[in-house]
Structures are given as structure tokens and as C-alpha cells.
Design a protein around this ligand. Structure first.
Ligand code: BTN
Length: 242
């Protein structure tokens, strides 16, 4: 694995994307940074992280997604690889808040941002960005944020975590062809608040009660309304209120 360690950069995802445009970057090229000046979160959000405290990494995954209808499969693989890594460090009550927030108990400890480039030869390069709150202990105005250190009262070695995640990512990707069904099942079983009746918000701000039951093959959230009606939502169509 090629590892590029940076002190500061706008975004490790953008840096790795540029790198893949400029040169033949090998599969599993990893970029880390101690500080991001324009860290990107899901759906145009900003990803902030205290300098030097957390794991900020992007990994290049080539040729796993072969068709655009399968993009969600990589979300499943990455979420499960991160969960497995954190589980081996005894982080408590781990779950995945759909589509890929990493939770410990009711707190968000990490997030994943996957950006896919469709190339002229029809292959797909995926930039997998992972932000994990590791040793940061103050989160201003973010009551739902936490870190590994806060959840366990322990200081963690970010390099150990980085290698754990990359190893688990490689092994989970390798197992996909033979274990896709059980990996999808593991992902569904790990969903935060699955089976719990709770409020959700639509883009028009209206609130409704629903219960998460799973995800569709393309990654939409499957729910049951409080009337027992099956509903599917895309990531932009619904927000969990908890
Ligand atoms: C989210 O939960 O909204 C996703 C957060 C993803 C953050 C990581 S940090 C490393 C990589 N570089 C970025 O700019 N974003 C991702």
C-alpha cells in the first residue's frame, strides 16, 4: 500500500482525486492529513476536525464497482470494515446510521464520503474518505458528536487504526464475491435504530413517524410508516430526528 502522509491539505479526497488524474495511482493508495482546511462531509456539508487529533484518510479503490447501479455495495463494505476495526478496539455499541455514519451508542464518531469517478474506459475509481473522531474530546455545538477517546476514556494510536481499517477494507472487499449476501445482512443488522418507531423529517420540513426495516439493493432506506405501510427513501429525501 502506498501511503501519502500530509500535514495540511484542503481535502484528502480532493488531493487523491487529483493524484489519480495526474498519474497511475495504485489500488489502495492512502492519503492522510493532520489538518483539512476544506474537509467535505456528505451532501455538501463541511467536515471539521481538531488539528492532529483525528483520523482523516482517503483510500483509492479501483475496479470494485463495475456498474453504477452497484455503488451502494462499496458503502456496505467500507462501513463494515470500519465497524470491524473499531470492534477490535472494544469501542462500545457500534452501529451504522444510514447510509454510513459510524455511531457509538447514540453519538456520531465518524463519517464516510465515497466519491466515484467514471473513467473513459468504463472503469470506476472510488475515492473512499473516512473521518474518525479519535482523540478529540471537545466538540463545540455538536451535542451528537463524540470520539473513541470520549467513548472509552482511552487515547488511541491513529496509525494503528489506519492500518487496521485498510487491512479490514482489503479483506472485506476480497470476500465480497462469495459473501455479498451475508455482508448485506450484517450491514442491515447494524443499522442504527432499526426497528424503533421514531420521527423523520422530509425536505419540506414535515415530520412523520416511521421504523427502519432495511435497505434496498441500490441503498435506499426501507421503512414502515406508523400505519404499517412500506416506504423507500433516497438519502436526500429523509432525515432521522433523534
Ligand atoms: C460525513 O459524515 O458527512 C462524511 C465525512 C467524511 C470526512 C472525510 S475526512 C477524509 C475525507 N476527506 C474529506 O474531505 N472528507 C472525507
Amino acid at each position: 500500500m502506498r501511503l501519502v502522509k500530509l500535514d495540511a491539505i484542503d481535502s484528502t479526497n480532493d488531493f487523491l482525486k487529483d493524484l489519480t488524474r495526474q498519474q497511475m495511482a495504485e489500488n489502495f493508495t492512502v492519503v492522510t492529513a493532520e489538518n483539512q482546511t476544506k474537509g467535505k462531509g456528505q451532501m455538501g456539508a463541511v467536515w471539521n476536525s481538531e488539528v492532529g487529533k483525528n483520523l482523516i484518510m482517503s483510500v483509492l479503490i479501483k475496479d470494485f464497482i463495475l456498474d453504477s447501479k452497484d455503488v451502494f455495495n462499496l458503502n456496505i463494505v467500507v462501513s463494515l470494515a470500519v465497524i470491524k476495526s473499531l470492534e477490535s478496539l472494544n469501542i462500545p455499541k457500534l452501529s451504522i446510521k444510514w447510509p454510513n455514519d459510524i455511531m457509538s451508542d447514540h453519538k456520531k464518531i465518524g463519517g464516510i464520503l465515497i466519491e466515484n469517478s467514471f473513467k473513459s474506459d468504463n472503469s470506476i475509481d472510488s475515492i473512499v474518505g473516512i473521518g474518525l473522531n479519535v482523540n478529540q474530546i471537545h466538540f463545540e455545538n455538536l451535542p451528537q458528536a463524540s470520539s473513541l477517546a470520549l467513548q472509552t476514556n482511552t487515547v488511541f494510536d491513529k496509525d494503528v487504526l489506519l492500518h487496521l481499517i485498510v487491512d479490514n477494507l482489503k479483506s472485506t472487499l476480497k470476500s465480497w464475491n462469495t459473501a455479498a449476501v451475508s455482508l448485506k445482512e450484517n450491514y442491515t443488522n447494524r443499522l442504527f435504530n432499526k426497528g424503533v418507531l421514531m420521527p423523520f423529517q422530509k425536505p419540506d420540513q414535515s415530520i412523520f413517524m416511521g421504523m427502519i426495516s432495511g435497505v434496498t439493493a441500490t441503498g435506499q432506506l426501507e421503512m414502515l410508516s406508523d400505519q404499517g405501510l412500506p416506504l423507500d427513501f433516497d438519502v436526500k429525501e429523509v432525515k432521522m430526528i433523534f
